[in-house]
Design a protein around this ligand. Structure first.
Ligand code: PGA
Length: 232
């Protein structure tokens, strides 16, 4: 079971330090825990979580080794910092920053090649679900990915992200089963996971963990979700 906290554009180095100091004192044996701070906060997170079982991952990475790509960060730069992995293809990147299946594929491929652990995000929008296109969308998003020991997927229905609307455990289970029939890797669920709904979601055999946004910003709610994973 893996619980990853996607901090999005929250927590600079000072707040990151405060969170990591609190996190490293927690008893979280029996669950794999990953935190994904913004780029500028990665170094302090790596430093403060060194020697613990908690891993630090980025929220994105570019596919080229280096070059004239203003605003991007290369795989080697993450490795140099001691970062363990990265999220790729989050729906906010797809929605607001023009990320496509093709660029997601390139980023995932480059990160895996370099030995980084990757959480690749997929999921349908509300309109796509209403039009009954969920499986077509997932199939298309998965078409650029190949199984790898260092790859996990996060199924995040776009309509459930940051909205307080969670997929029912049945809906998530159904989507996870479909995803696993296409690509045999662990699948996390993401979209309004909270301490109150974590246990029920994580009890499903097809749900291998959670990618948590909002509720990962608060130490108490994040560790409550980690504990629900330990119990499940
Ligand atoms: P949320 O975000 O938990 O705030 O819905 C999940 C995500 O975007 O990864």
């Amino acid at each position: 079971m893996l619980i990853a906290g996607n901090w999005k554009m929250y927590k600079g180095p000072a707040e990151t330090a405060e969170f990591c100091l609190g996190l490293r004192d927690q008893e979280l044996e029996g669950v794999d825990v990953v935190v994904c701070p913004p780029f500028v906060s990665l170094a302090v997170a790596v430093q403060l979580l060194a020697g613990t079982e908690i891993a630090v991952a980025a929220q994105n990475v570019h596919w080229e080794e280096e070059g004239a790509y203003t605003g991007e960060v290369a795989v080697g730069m993450l490795r140099e910092l001691g970062v363990y992995g990265t999220i790729v293809g989050h729906s906010e990147r797809r929605q607001y920053f023009g990320e496509t299946d093709e660029t997601v594929g390139k980023r995932v491929h480059a990160a895996l090649e370099a030995g980084l652990f990757v959480i690749a995000c997929i999921g349908e929008t509300e309109e796509e679900r209403e039009r009954n296109e969920t499986e077509d969308v997932l199939r298309r998003q998965l078409s650029v990915l190949e199984p790898d020991d260092n790859l996990v997927l996060a199924y995040e229905p776009v309509w459930a992200i940051g909205t307080g609307k969670t997929a029912t455990p049945e809906m998530a289970h159904e989507a996870h089963d479909f995803i696993k029939s296409q690509l045999d890797v662990p699948v996390l669920y993401g979209g309004s996971v909270k301490p109150e709904n974590a246990a029920e979601l994580l009890s499903r055999s097809s749900i291998d963990g959670a990618l948590v946004g909002g509720a990962s910003l608060d130490l108490e709610s994040f560790t409550a979700i980690c504990r629900a994973a330990i119990r499940s």
